[in-house]
Design a protein around this ligand. Structure first.
Ligand SMILES: Cc1cc2nc3c(=O)[nH]c(=O)nc-3n(C[C@H](O)[C@H](O)[C@H](O)COP(=O)(O)OP(=O)(O)OC[C@H]3O[C@@H](n4cnc5c(N)ncnc54)[C@H](O)[C@@H]3O)c2cc1C
Length: 394
């Protein structure tokens, strides 16, 4: 497998960098928001997505008949990683998760309504799977969907719905058949976030950003806003999660943080000795740099395995990548805090802190990344069962 970019791909990467030099201004691009930098939560960030759309860079891998260009997934990868590296909004939920899942399973009506809006960068989604008793065990979701005339009535609660406070549409799993087995009783719905029966309450996180709880009070959903077939929602959610584990946990921010750490180590002296001469420090940096290369290649393996947008996304590659990349991000955060001494615990944006306090937010945020999208233990369970054929543990 060749992990080098072709001339055309390198040319595209350069074009993206030029675009970002011009448009990734501080009001839209901020690496200190860590992985939440990807969300499109301000008018400026929406306008930025509109610019990406006008460049024809949203949905490049999608089928031509649905508005895409049928380009290799590597172009989307190059774009998304370049955006993430600058802390700019990313193609995330719309292009990468909801759009691709609708392409495989949505009705013509839903495709016609949502895909063009996604391609124009006009629509933001929130994703609602988790509930108080359904995090790792997402198939245990209990949000109740009752059949009523013309559609469904939803009652219950979601937790951890990131983006619910600004999104336009909610991509939600609910239990449509309480008698069926837990995996077969779930269906997937699209609901406008401004529905009067939805109540959104902020949940602060250990990072400086929020996620949300959402309460459903007699939320009516017309029948044709059920995605795919009734009772098959958990299969669609599993596919969407494989896409999420790759698209929303980018590698380049880890590389960028590691580069900042290497610069810091090169220019800092401790007790009159350059830090860079300390053999323990050198070994730690060399090891992290090698691990960063492993994370990069695992990402590229996912891209290669996900070549066909109309096929099921690769589960094992998604879990291997997510597990390794997010744990590496934590190891880099630990190294930043350890090597920058007591000053490394100063808050982000503190002018005279080592790396302007970068360690603080990176350290706090990298914990969240090993939980959101499925915790590390769950990725290990998937690899153990699906790749190694080991028995199920729950
Ligand atoms: C910042 C952030 C954003 C999020 N955004 C969203 C969102 O937009 N939409 C959404 O639906 N969800 C979202 N989530 C929720 C996320 O998917 C869940 O937090 C995650 O799946 C873990 O579920 P839980 O929090 O209920 O923990 P639990 O499932 O209770 O797990 C607790 C601990 O037990 C371990 N564990 C659980 N089961 C097993 C097992 N079988 N084997 C071994 N270990 C196990 C877990 O790994 C974990 O360490 C978000 C979470 C975070 C932190």
């Amino acid at each position: 497998m060749n992990f080098e970019f072709s001339d055309a791909e390198r040319g595209f990467a350069e074009e993206v960098e030029k675009f970002l030099d011009e448009h990734a201004t501080p009001d839209v691009a901020d690496v200190t928001r860590e992985n939440m930098a990807q969300i499109v939560d301000t008018p400026e960030r929406r306008a930025f997505m509109g610019k990406l759309a006008r460049k024809g860079w949203l949905g490049m891998s999608w089928p031509v008949e649905l508005g895409g260009q049928e380009k290799e997934g590597i172009y989307e990868y190059i774009l998304n990683e370049a955006l993430a590296r600058r802390g700019a909004p990313q193609i995330g939920k719309g292009v990468g998760i909801v759009g691709k899942t609708l392409i495989r399973h949505g009705s013509d009506k839903l495709k016609k309504e949502f895909l063009p809006q996604i391609l124009r960068g006009e629509i933001e989604f929130a994703v609602g799977y988790s509930e108080p008793q359904a995090g790792s065990d997402a198939a245990n979701m209990q949000l109740k969907a009752e059949k009523v005339e013309g559609g469904w009535k939803l009652n219950g609660q979601k937790v951890w719905t990131t983006s619910a406070h600004f999104a336009d549409w909610y991509w939600v799993g609910a239990r449509t058949d309480p008698e069926a087995s837990k995996h077969d009783g779930i269906s997937l719905f699209l609901i406008p976030m401004n529905h009067p029966g939805l109540e959104v309450q902020a949940t602060p996180t250990i990072g400086n950003e929020i996620t949300n709880q959402v309460f459903f009070n007699d939320v009516f959903v017309p029948g044709d806003y059920l995605v795919g077939e009734q009772g098959r929602g958990f299969r669609y959610i599993s596919e969407a999660l494989d896409l999420e584990r790759f698209t929303m946990f980018t590698y380049s921010p880890s590389e960028q943080r590691l580069e900042e750490l290497i610069e810091y180590v090169k220019e800092t002296e401790v007790d009159g000795e350059p830090l860079v001469k300390d053999p323990i420090v050198r070994q730690r940096i060399a090891q992290l740099s090698t691990q960063a290369e492993v994370a990069r290649v695992l990402g590229l393996r996912f891209v290669a395995a996900a070549r066909d947008v109309s096929a099921k996304p690769p589960t094992i590659e998604a879990s291997e990548y997510k597990l390794y990349a997010t744990q590496l991000s934590q190891r880099i955060a630990n190294a930043i805090v350890d090597l920058s001494g007591p000053g490394g615990q100063l808050r982000v944006h503190t002018e005279d802190a080592p790396m302007r306090g970068r360690g603080d937010m990176t350290y706090r945020y990298s914990v969240l990344d090993t939980i959101g999208g499925g915790a590390s233990e769950i990725q290990k369970n998937i690899i153990a069962r699906r790749k190694l054929g080991l028995p199920k543990n729950f």
